[in-house]
Design a protein around this ligand. Structure first.
Ligand SMILES: Nc1ncnc2c1ncn2[C@@H]1O[C@H](COP(=O)(O)OP(=O)(O)OP(=O)(O)O)[C@@H](O)[C@H]1O
Length: 380
């Protein structure tokens, strides 16, 4: 008898002809998540992925909970095709479920096994009842469903641990996230990663107005994101000169929106070079002046690449809940000086007009900053 994990991957099953592309990517990502474990075997058979691993099974499960595309993880036991072995596995799995109701369900694709499904269920149920006290059978609404599958080997399993869902990372191209040290943009990056998008990050740094600590926060956020399956390339763009130019030459009511447009233009250049097909931001409709529908329209007009805003319809409380769940929140709320607050105007326009903003930004010579920006690249 051997402990294994059974991986459920719901949405992938709908992918028709591309199914094996998605499955193979998921297998690769699972292997990557467990790469420091010895003796890991990840196998695909009968439309299932099985993980066999010598290490601490609970630690393996924790790792798998961060692999996008997995909707459920089930602890299972693999045994020889022998009823006594199947009984032992079933009893082992039902320990700890005392006081509950259960039902055995058997599938028998291997028709050479001498007992039919009903018979296997009946006998396994009886063995469990005999060995564990205080259990009851309930065939209609059981607390625990004990499954037995008779294939070339037998698989016995019960209960599902919830996975993270989504699609395997790397199955939906690449995008570049504008990552500030705030709460929202790391959540936005994570949401796109969850849909299979690989990300590269850009952070606009304005020393001495933003401190090294602000940059460290962004690096630490990338470290958290990288636990979800990929190393993150972070472009730290030196933004001070352009920021000062905006501050000096543009009307205060437009400085924030112009700053955002300039960030977009530089991010788009980086994105085009790295093969991204979209930009990602943490904007959410109406959250601040630069996130009204009029402001987002003006921001969009600065670039031709699509801008994904996965948080657009979320409330701040919902974003915070998610930030806590994915472990970016504690880093995001560390105090630091933020260029956006230092340069923030008292009365930003909430309904900017595109032509007026373009007219205002043409008062400065921004193109040279876009064509020739300085950056430091950090692999996290
Ligand atoms: N210094 C920066 N570097 C990179 N991206 C930035 C920076 N400042 C803002 N952004 C991007 O612009 C978006 C909007 O920024 P803004 O400061 O208006 O919003 P926010 O809601 O505070 O976002 P966040 O919590 O992500 O900082 C951010 O979500 C982020 O994608």
């Amino acid at each position: 008898m051997q402990d294994i994990l059974l991986i459920k991957y719901g949405e992938l099953a709908l992918k028709g002809d591309n199914r094996s592309f998605f499955e193979n990517k998921l297998i690769k990502n699972i292997k990557h998540a467990l790469s420091d474990f010895k003796e890991v075997k990840v196998e695909k058979t009968h439309g299932r992925i099985y993980v066999e691993c010598d290490g601490d099974i609970e630690e393996v499960i924790e790792r798998l909970k961060k692999v996008f595309g997995i909707v459920g993880i089930t602890k299972a036991k693999k045994t020889d095709l022998n009823l006594d072995e199947i009984f032992k596995a079933a009893v082992e799995l039902m320990k700890g479920h005392e006081g509950k109701t259960f039902k055995v369900e058997t599938k028998r694709p291997n028709k050479s096994f001498p007992y039919n499904s009903m018979e296997v269920s009946r006998r396994v149920g009886a063995a469990v009842l005999k060995n564990i006290k205080n259990l009851k059978v309930d065939v209609h609404n059981p607390d625990v469903l004990l499954n037995v599958e008779i294939r070339e080997m037998a698989f016995v399993y019960a209960g599902v641990i919830e996975g993270i869902g989504g699609l395997p990372l790397g199955t939906n191209g690449k995008a570049t996230v504008l990552l500030s040290g705030g709460i929202d943009s790391p959540v936005a990056a994570w949401m796109m990663m969850k849909r299979g998008v690989e990300v590269e990050a850009v952070y606009f740094h304005s020393p001495p107005y933003t401190s090294e600590r602000a940059k460290d926060k962004v690096v630490d956020l990338c470290k958290v994101l990288s636990q979800y399956g990929q190393r993150i390339k972070l472009h730290v763009v030196h933004f001070t000169d352009l920021q000062l130019e905006i501050y000096e030459k543009c009307p205060p009511k437009f400085t924030t929106i112009i700053m955002r447009r300039m960030m977009m233009k530089i991010a788009e250049k980086i994105a085009q070079k790295n093969g991204s097909m979209a930009l990602i931001t943490g904007e959410s409709l109406g959250q601040v002046a630069s996130q009204t529908i009029e402001s987002l329209y003006v921001t969009n007009a600065s670039v031709s690449m699509p801008i994904f805003r996965p948080l657009i319809g979320m409330d701040k409380t919902e974003i915070i809940d998610l930030a806590q769940k994915i472990s970016t929140f504690e880093i995001s709320i560390r105090p630091y000086e933020d260029c956006c607050t230092i340069f923030v105007p008292k009365h930003p326009a909430t309904k900017p007009k595109l032509d007026k903003v373009i007219e205002a930004e043409e008062k400065m010579e921004y193109q040279k900053y876009i064509d020739d920006f300085e950056e430091e690249v950090i692999e996290v």
